[in-house]
Design a binder for this molecule. Structure first.
Ligand code: NAI
Length: 482
């Protein structure tokens, strides 16, 4: 079989396949989806373009989607997050060989440039024409919203008949996006409109991507329905929290091997990700300080026993800084100039603008010393240095391998259910942003209990009647916050 793909090295596929085999055992939710839907193939006819960190766990997701009947093309949603052995194994597929790959087209490798990243995204969105003459996917599975954004921006420019000028972009990355759009508009002025019209829906993985979707919907610009997977309870209250609790310190350790115990760590943001990060740093014996803008989250942090103050107050005493806000300019170049010698600075939020890297690069007299891939020391004119992880991009995927399989099984089971919902029951979802119904959320949790030896108490009929809920659930109202 021949198909297009671009990964680092197909020779890594065997290693990838071995790790996929181990991961499958740790992903009971995804394996249950295969058992339940492998024969009926509800995704037959689906052409899913996925933009989500190309890791071993994602490989199990991709292969679950194909077992359910989908055709898939995939990219990573971050330039540093691909695990090259996972990408290779997915291209080769369970039945193929490095010489004769028979898997799924993947366009992803660790350490892409921004130009390569957007090339990959465009490539995966452009389905090679088939007999029906399709030009794009009919489903997107997104993480952070880059694929969705490209289709929307392209459509917007095409409809307005405007060719964008990359020199007007407000960031280096957006200039790259505009360059892609300028070229494709010159090639075919209806490309993105056509792709947008063919898409039945998108399922979005993360807080930042969901935020973008609600903004587009509010502005009346959303082109197709979306399922907000992030706000399934079994996603954000697990992956964002327990996943980061695991992978934050994994990233810091692999990058620096600095002893965390006894150090002062600062976590900016005390949402789901911040809660997991603060707990993991405290678990290592760090004295953790939290910053927040939201009084409720600030109060939660205080009651959980953390000092809550502003970054300006403590910038000179902190050893490890972690941003988790999904906001921009949280750590400025000025903050970095005032940090302790060899302070570690990292971000675990979705985009790299939480730390003002552009401002840091522009600081006069600064020297950048690369220690190893994704670890850089910056020396200020006064001689002090700071250590920046993954150039300010999410460090748990740049410096380590992201969240472990078991927690991703929860997130990705929600993704599979959301893809089925939008693909099969398209007419039930007029353009808008939805969350999965609670019974499916509870089902995802249920699928993960046995593996942990959890014995669930069953409601009696009388108890169910007393509480006014069905014996089989859902057990909580929509307002319940967990
Ligand atoms: P969230 O909305 O629950 O939490 C973010 C918190 O940051 C909020 O409580 C907000 O009040 C606070 N915040 C905003 N601006 C701030 C500022 N200037 N200073 C201090 N605090 C501020 O969002 P969640 O789910 O915790 O996600 C955070 C980010 O992490 C998002 O970008 C999300 O996409 C990303 N994410 C990354 C993962 C990873 O594996 N690296 C996994 C899951 C989410």
């Amino acid at each position: 079989m021949t198909f297009d793909y671009k990964v680092a090295d197909l020779g890594l596929a065997e290693f990838g396949r071995k790790e996929i085999r181990l991961a499958e055992h740790e992903m009971p939710g995804l394996m249950a989806m295969r058992a339940q839907y492998g024969e009926s193939k509800p995704l037959a006819g689906a052409r899913i373009m996925g933009s989500l960190h190309m890791t071993i766990q994602t490989a199990v997701l991709i292969e679950t989607l194909t077992v359910l009947g989908a055709e898939v093309r995939w990219v990573s949603c971050n330039i540093f997050s691909t695990q090259d052995h996972a990408a290779a194994a997915v291209v080769v597929g369970p039945e193929g060989t490095a010489e004769n790959p028979a898997g799924v087209p993947v366009f992803a490798w660790k350490g892409e440039t921004l130009e390569e990243y957007w090339w990959c995204t465009e490539k995966a969105l452009r389905w090679p024409g088939n007999s029906a003459g399709d030009i794009g996917p009919n489903m997107i599975l997104d993480d952070g919203g880059d694929a969705t954004m490209l289709v929307h921006k392209g459509t917007e420019f095409e409809k307005a008949g405007v060719v964008p000028d990359p020199s007007t972009a407000d960031s280096e990355e957006y200039a790259v996006v505009l360059t892609v759009l300028t070229r494709t508009l010159a090639e075919d002025g209806q490309l993105w409109t056509g792709i947008g019209q063919g898409i039945k829906g998108v399922t979005e993985e993360t807080t930042t991507g969901v935020h973008r979707l609600y903004e587009m919907h509010k502005a009346g610009a959303l082109l197709f329905p979306a399922i907000n997977v992030n706000d399934s309870v079994t996603k954000s209250k697990f992956d964002n929290k327990y996943g980061c609790r695991h992978s934050l310190i994994d990233g810091i350790n692999r990058a620096t091997d600095v002893l965390i115990g006894g150090k002062v760590a600062l976590v900016a943001g005390y949402g789901d990700v911040g809660k997991g990060c603060a707990e993991s740093l405290r678990g290592q014996g760090a004295r953790v300080i939290v910053t927040e803008i939201d009084p409720i989250c600030a109060l939660q942090a205080a009651m959980d026993g953390y000092q809550v103050t502003t970054l300006d107050e403590v910038v000179g005493i902190v050893d490890i800084f972690v941003t988790t806000t999904g906001n921009k300019d949280v750590i400025t170049a000025d903050h970095m100039a005032n940090m302790k010698h060899q302070a570690i600075v990292g971000n675990i939020g979705h985009f790299d603008n939480e730390i003002d890297m552009a401002g840091l690069y522009k600081t006069a007299g600064i020297e950048r010393i690369n220690i190893k891939p994704q670890v850089d020391e910056f020396r200020f004119p006064d001689g002090h240095t700071i250590i920046v992880l993954s150039e300010g991009r999410l460090l748990n995927l740049g410096n380590a391998t992201g969240h472990p399989s078991f927690v991703m099984s929860n997130s990705f089971t929600n993704q599979v259910l959301a893809q089925i919902e939008l693909f099969v029951r398209t007419s039930d979802y007029p353009t808008g942003v939805y969350v999965l119904p609670k019974h499916l959320d509870e089902m995802v949790a249920r699928l993960h209990l046995d593996a942990l030896g959890v014995k669930l108490t069953e409601l009696s009929k009388e108890q169910a009647a007393y509480l006014g809920i069905p014996v089989e659930g859902p057990y909580k109202s929509e307002q319940y916050r967990y």
